[in-house]
Design a protein around this ligand. Structure first.
Ligand code: FES
Length: 194
């Protein structure tokens, strides 16, 4: 092999090795994360609110369904286009309740719609579902360690070990429909593991 051929051979060999290294590097990288399916997306602006599929009569909840003086309704966001209820993400569980608009603090009133307020239904202590309701005080209660939250005041904790309020979900009413107007006000779920 002449000197010129040696140089050409080495250059070609280097390119081939670089290509192989590139292939190996690509193979080592994790596959690009696919977008979560609609049923696992967090609440999106414009979503409807619906009872989950395991409810006796799954249905979309409108403003008139949220009665003054009634206990909270547990719902999940629903994609208005596909009708998919985003119920495969446990943290999407939402509590809806109608309160006297005159009794809401200004920050809560700003996120409400005709006195209806919405909060994450997952406790900020260790992540239990907030399923209980005190009809006298009109407070949410977590059954696990009795944390209590006031929905008229941003779901601030008024009793128990929960370290922070339940995140709020902004609402709006358009064309008679109760809709999500924004994302949760804070991270949903219990305290992060240390
Ligand atoms: S998980 Fe709710 S009070 Fe402990």
């Amino acid at each position: 092999m002449s000197g010129t051929e040696d140089i050409r051979f080495c250059a070609a060999r280097r390119r081939a090795l670089e290509n192989l290294a590139g292939v190996a590097l690509c193979a080592a990288l994790p596959a690009a994360e696919a977008a979560p399916p609609p049923a696992k997306l967090p609440p999106q602006v414009g979503d409807l609110l619906a009872t989950p599929s395991w409810d006796e009569q799954p249905r979309v909840i409108g403003p008139a369904d949220v009665k003054a003086g009634a206990a909270p309704i547990t719902v999940f966001p629903q994609d208005p286009t596909s009708g998919v209820t985003r119920e495969k993400l446990r943290l999407n569980q939402i509590l809806l309740v109608r309160l006297d608009p005159a009794g809401l603090d200004p920050a809560t009133a700003a996120l409400s719609a005709e006195g209806i307020v919405a909060y994450a239904g997952t406790c900020t202590h260790t992540g239990c579902g907030v399923t209980d309701w005190n009809a006298q005080s009109r407070h949410f209660i977590c059954p696990c360690h009795s944390s209590e939250f006031d929905p008229a005041k941003g779901a601030v904790r008024v009793a128990g070990p929960a370290p922070r309020p339940l995140p709020a979900l902004p609402l709006k009413i358009e064309d008679g429909k109760l809709l999500v107007a924004g994302g949760f006000s804070a991270r949903v779920g219990g305290a992060k593991p240390a």
